[in-house]
Design a binder for this molecule. Structure first.
Ligand code: 26Q
Length: 816
């Protein structure tokens, strides 16, 4: 068997790269291994599609602007039992499989939690045998590559397709036209209107399929990414007339659609491009979903029995209007029936309540680019507002508040309202987040549609975040509790009693230490900073955003630094603070915070007074790949958002699963993590959501803290003095101003002293090695409920009413 696999590998190498094994480069070997895996996948893919068609299950379509699937090679080699043969074959030619595998690119088609959640849910759907399809956009460049120059973030295009994508199957046979602009004509009569949209422009969307594998490859699903086709788009006449650039104008315009994820939205052109991207990928997806449904030969009124379309935040919410349009204009259903079918086919997940992140689009965009959709949106709005009116809920402002159209200012469509009106269910992503949705932002909708807004706390794939990321720990778990938890996550709880076994603790600690050495190597390589694996590894890794409060962590570091400078205290334990994360390119404050992180790191790492006690590193270009190295090495997980701001968080779950203790506010899923792992194994601090509200109501004044708390003042003064930016002393003035005269909107100073005190407890507790290890193990054991398998079961039960009718889903739902 192994021999034949090895032969197949070499055959792939020759046919895909034209090289004999003696002279192939590592990248060519990588290509060959991917080819070998693809042969296995190919056979499975066809089988899976056939099996699904027989089963007649409802299909789940997951639409998302972002996907962060991570690398696939190692996982697939293991699933198909190819790991050993590849390792040996490569070794025969003097290569190390692990080193070659590092060359695989990590598709960064997303920017954070929402994109990684999409990937974890797809993983779990495949694992649980649900027939599911992911639909998204195939960006030519993913989110930018982050480089650091002189402490500043510099964005470079992330050319992830440079060496081709060995996993994708381009489907030239699967294309859908997507229209823009033009006008609407009415062919019907007064009684029976028949609208037809005559777009001015049409762009073809071409499918590219990526495999999504279940654990041990039993189920293979598909992630279908759309890219615009500019094939043949060349104005040959102008080219031959010498217009060598102009002849490509249209091709460039088409290709710009999928160039980047989140094109800068500071300019009107950037915002419009983003709007077009959203429509482009959802239109192609909805057409594709209808195409597949039509193939079943069922009548259209069966649509909601056969499919459900889950939209990941509002970014794909135009899909609702698109389906309505196709049902009415193409398939000639009457409006009311088409709308009922549409509403039963969609479900919407909300990921944020922050007003600035709730999408709205100016009516002008619709008038210009999607005129028919605008008519339909007015129709939906009439229907919604009639519904509101008929239930006598109107309290005066209600209609205005609930309308799909925000009449203030430049008149915009509120995409969240559209998504709620057009969905069978709406879900939040942690208990507290869902409660806030019901109580605050969407309270009117909760009153109008009781029971429609439900909670499904996020989850993470244990295959990715333990099996792949922390193989040594998995081996240890296998030796004690087996690996049944990879299929039934609850079994991880069986680990808890082992926390009392000193031998197990020693083994657990040894693995953590090895993982820390691995991270130390990464830090040495990426940042040129030597760090001590014996110190407390304290990690804050996520998008740079004021609400996530990298600043609070920084103030803590500066306070520590200042204390150590004043009175070097040899009893103090050593700490290594690790930051990683990207700042949105035009988020000026986030970029300044990132610079401040570097400047503080520079002082801390070069000041002999704190040497050996405190170190700081910023790891550039954070993504799934780096997360897989950082997370298994963490001792302390920083989850310190202003209460009420973090919808859920999923990094918090990954870190706890890998045996880090959390220091966190009572926000998002932190609350549930604390319950699950035990309050004594979690460092909670800071204002609660109610306290935040009370503080604001009283009129929060950060100056009072500045004047009342000597340590806070010292820290702010030190930053304002230019100590961290001697050549430009005023550089960080805006940061200090935001925290003082700017009103400190994220309550950094309000939580500062509680945070410092809590960190002192962390430090003292970390010194008790045995107890700390015990608590780390209980974190791993306690996180079983945060498997994305559980989340998918809840979706199946509460939202999709699909497949998983083996009673287990019901048990899970009942237990929660
Ligand atoms: C909105 C309007 C205009 C332009 C861009 C956006 C936009 C784009 C991306 C708004 C939000 C996002 C991404 C949000 C995100 O990643 N949210 C995170 O989702 C995770 C999964 O549910 C949660 O765990 C995190 O708490 C949440 O921040």
């Amino acid at each position: 068997m192994i021999k034949t696999d090895s032969q197949s590998l070499i055959r792939n190498l020759r046919s895909l790269t034209g090289r004999p094994p003696e002279s192939a480069s590592p990248r060519q070997w990588l290509r060959a291994m991917a080819g070998l895996v693809r042969e296995h996948i190919g056979a499975h893919w066809a089988d899976g599609a056939r099996a699904r068609r027989h089963a007649g299950e409802r299909r789940v379509y997951y639409l998302s602007m972002e996907f962060l699937p991570g690398r696939l090679l190692m996982q697939t080699l293991r699933s198909f039992g190819l790991y050993e043969s590849c390792r040996r074959t490569l070794a025969d030619y003097g290569l190390d499989l692990e080193v070659v595998a590092e060359l695989e690119v990590d598709p960064a088609l997303g920017n954070g939690g929402l994109g990684r959640l999409a990937a974890c849910l797809l993983d779990s759907m495949a694992n649980l045998g649900l027939p599911a399809y992911g639909y998204g956009m195939r960006y030519d460049c993913g989110l930018f590559e982050q480089e650091i120059e002189d402490g500043w973030q510099v964005e470079r295009p992330d050319t992830w397709l440079r060496h081709g994508n060995p996993w994708e199957v381009p489907r030239a046979d699967l294309v859908h036209p997507v229209g823009f602009g033009g006008r609407v004509v009415d062919h019907g009569c007064a009684k029976l209107p028949r609208h037809e949209w005559l777009p001015e422009d049409e762009i073809l969307a071409v499918a590219h399929d990526m495999p999504v594998l279940g654990y041990q490859s039993e189920r293979l699903n598909t992630l279908r990414l759309w890219s615009p086709s500019s094939f043949g788009e060349l104005d040959l006449r102008s080219f031959n007339d010498g217009e060598h650039v102009g002849a490509f104008a249209r091709r460039n315009a088409i290709e710009s659609l999928s160039q980047v994820l989140y094109p800068g939205d500071a300019s009107p052109a950037g915002r419009e491009l983003r709007f077009k991207q959203e429509y482009f990928f959802v239109s192609a997806s909805v057409q594709d979903i209808l195409r597949r449904f039509r193939r079943l030969g069922r009548p259209l009124d069966r649509l909601p029995d056969e499919i459900v379309i889950q939209i990941n935040d509002t970014h794909p919410s135009l899909a609702i209007v698109e389906l309505l349009r196709l049902l009415v204009d193409r398939h000639h259903l009457d409006w009311e029936q088409a709308w009922q079918l549409t509403r039963q086919s969609f479900a919407y997940t909300n990921h944020t309540l922050m007003p600035e992140a709730l999408e709205t689009w100016p009516l002008g965009y619709f008038e210009k680019l999607l005129p028919r959709h605008l008519e339909l949106i007015y129709g939906i709005n009439d229907w919604l507002l009639r519904d509101v009116g008929s239930r006598r809920l109107n309290d005066g402002g209600l209609i205005r508040r609930m309308s799909l159209i925000d009449e203030d200012g430049d008149r915009r469509v509120r995409m969240a309202h559209l998504a709620i009106a057009g969905s069978r269910r709406v879900n939040g992503v942690s208990k507290i987040h869902t409660e806030l949705m019901q109580r605050t932002t969407f309270a009117d909708f909760a009153a109008l549609y009781p029971g429609k807004i439900v909670n499904i706390t996020n989850g993470i794939s244990f295959r990715r975040w333990l099996l792949d990321a922390n193989p040594d720990l998995v081996e240890l778990l296998r030796s004690r509790i087996g690996d049944g938890w990879l299929r039934e996550p609850d079994r991880l709880a069986a680990l808890a009693p082992h926390a009392d076994d000193p031998a197990f603790r020693a083994a657990f600690r040894a693995i953590k230490h090895r993982n820390k050495l691995r991270l130390a190597e990464l830090i040495a390589r990426d940042c040129g900073i030597p760090v001590d694996a014996g110190s407390l590894f304290d990690v804050h890794i996520k998008r740079i955003h004021e609400y996530k409060r990298q600043l609070l962590k920084l103030l803590h570091v500066v306070a520590l630094y200042d204390r150590l400078r004043r009175e070097p205290d040899p009893r103090r334990g050593a700490r290594t603070v690790v930051f990683a994360g990207k700042a949105a390119p035009n988020y000026v404050m986030a970029k300044l915070i990132l610079k401040l992180i570097h400047q503080v790191a520079w002082r801390v790492n070069t000041d002999p007074a704190v040497a050996g006690r405190l170190r700081m590193a910023f790891i550039p270009d954070y993504g799934v790949r780096k997360a897989q190295v950082i997370i298994p090495a963490a001792d302390l997980s920083e989850q310190i958002s202003t209460a009420g701001r973090e919808a859920s968080g999923t990094g918090n779950m990954k870190l706890a699963l890998n045996g880090a203790l959390t220091i966190g506010t009572l926000d998002g899923a932190n609350i549930e993590i604390r319950e699950a792992v035990g309050a004594e194994n979690f460092f909670a601090f800071g204002a609660t959501i109610d306290e935040v509200a009370a503080l604001r109501a009283q009129g929060y004044d950060p100056w009072r803290i500045y004047h009342g708390d000597a340590e806070a003042r010292a820290v702010l003064d030190l930053i304002a003095s230019g100590h961290f930016s001697p050549s430009t002393p005023d550089l960080f003035r805006p940061v200090v101003d935001a925290l003082t005269s700017g009103g400190d909107p994220y309550l950094v100073l309000a939580d500062f002293s509680a945070y410092l005190r809590c960190q002192e407890r962390v430090e003292a507790d970390f010194a008790d090695v045995e107890q700390w290890t015990r608590r780390a193990i209980l974190n791993t054991a306690g996180t079983a409920t945060f498997s994305s398998d559980h989340a998918v079961r809840r979706y199946a039960e509460l939202v999709w009413n699909t497949g998983l009718s083996d009673g287990r889903a019901k048990q899970v739902a009942a237990a929660e």
